[in-house]
Write a protein that binds this ligand. Sequence first.
Ligand SMILES: Cc1cc2nc3c(=O)[nH]c(=O)nc-3n(C[C@H](O)[C@H](O)[C@H](O)COP(=O)(O)OP(=O)(O)OC[C@H]3O[C@@H](n4cnc5c(N)ncnc54)[C@H](O)[C@@H]3O)c2cc1C
Length: 415
Amino acid sequence: MRRFDAIVIGGGAAGVMAAGVAAGAGYSVLLCEKMEKPQRKVRITGKGRCNLTNMRSGTEFLNHVHESPEFVAAALRSFSNKDAYAFFERIGVPLAVERGDRVFPVSGKAWDVAEAHIRWCRDRGAVIECGVRVVEICAEHGHVTGVVVENRRGESERIIAARVILATGGVSYPATGSTGDGYMLAHRLGHTIVEVRPSLTPLVTNMSGVRALKGLSLRNIAASLRVDGKIVSREFGEMEFTPYVAGPIILRMSRIAVDALIDERRVDIVIDLKPALSEKQLQNRLVREWNALGRNVDRKSLLRKLLPAQLLPVFESRLPVRSDRRFLCDEQECSQIIRLLKEFVLPIDDYRPFEEAIVTAGGISTDEIDPLTMQSRCVGGLYFAGEVIDIDADTGGYNLQLAYSTGYLAGTLKV
Ligand SMILES: Cc1cc2nc3c(=O)[nH]c(=O)nc-3n(C[C@H](O)[C@H](O)[C@H](O)COP(=O)(O)OP(=O)(O)OC[C@H]3O[C@@H](n4cnc5c(N)ncnc54)[C@H](O)[C@@H]3O)c2cc1C
């Protein structure tokens, strides 16, 4: 029977980090990855460019962590964003900081980040086996004793280890290998799983005319998330119609929106299409355009000066219908247009499933994990790292940093 000091389950960002750290400390380490190669998810991150961390400082960084920021604080101290930056440059991945303090490889290739990380892990002495799925974590008298693995031919093997690090990821983008096995493995050992939900996922509106908006991108807009008529979140930036409601600011708000939709509450996105202009300034602008275009101008031509053509039919459908299509520039008409420019409401009816969600909210309860070691409070010798834990964060490099930090801390195998 094969025997290792530690077995890492899952070769994602967290698992590869944990295995490399443990092997570097002198432990014999086996990393089991069920897919044909490790880090399939990392290779598609950041639209193939991999936004691997964010350089925002401590508290600012933690503001972008949704669940349990206090839980990840120790992990972030043990391997911070600055450490991640220095680490990847040291292992041969030159980095650059872009808008919003987001960090990317200079090569623009997520593949380079994955390959360098795996090479580093192997060089430190970890054995990486692919096509091997862990189907059971064995434990006796409250302490892990090893795992049972199954290969592609269906053959199973029991491997002995007194320490097991569970880093199987969540359930988003399951084609990358993250299919939720970790929840089942941990649950069987007595761990609580906080209900999993898609996060950073596109939202769905059944608003009429939305199909025609496919491909439309709205930049420099302000959007608010309204739940039961109350504003609960505000964002500024870019959104797009795919035909779902997507883009960075929508994804950021989706976490709260998904929870509200699950609770059957009313959800709207309220868009300010002209956040840089006050109502008074918009009024002046309308009058200016009216004078410039000639006073017989029709409403559509005037609106074309303010909005992308693709949005016009839906926008106009929200204004009162008039037989005379001329723009009258009276007080009533101006205020209707201004109100709609400042408060364009998209009713949200649903959200897209795990297959399209960047991360999974929920997972193994942080109440049952020691944040100073990542060790289980239920079973001795069992550690957790990455998205399998009930932690998730905004887009912007935060999620990968959480995977690296928790992986690093788990890999030190502190007791
Ligand atoms: C499209 C997309 C883009 C993203 N872009 C970014 C970005 O730019 N920046 C950012 O910070 N975050 C990004 N994320 C999120 C980020 O990729 C994840 O949060 C992070 O990769 C989680 O790492 P992990 O190691 O915990 O899990 P995963 O990367 O999911 O790795 C888990 C691994 O465990 C393996 N596994 C599962 N079960 C078993 C088993 N039973 N036995 C053996 N192996 C098993 C899986 O095959 C997988 O390889 C993105 C996510 C997606 C889907």
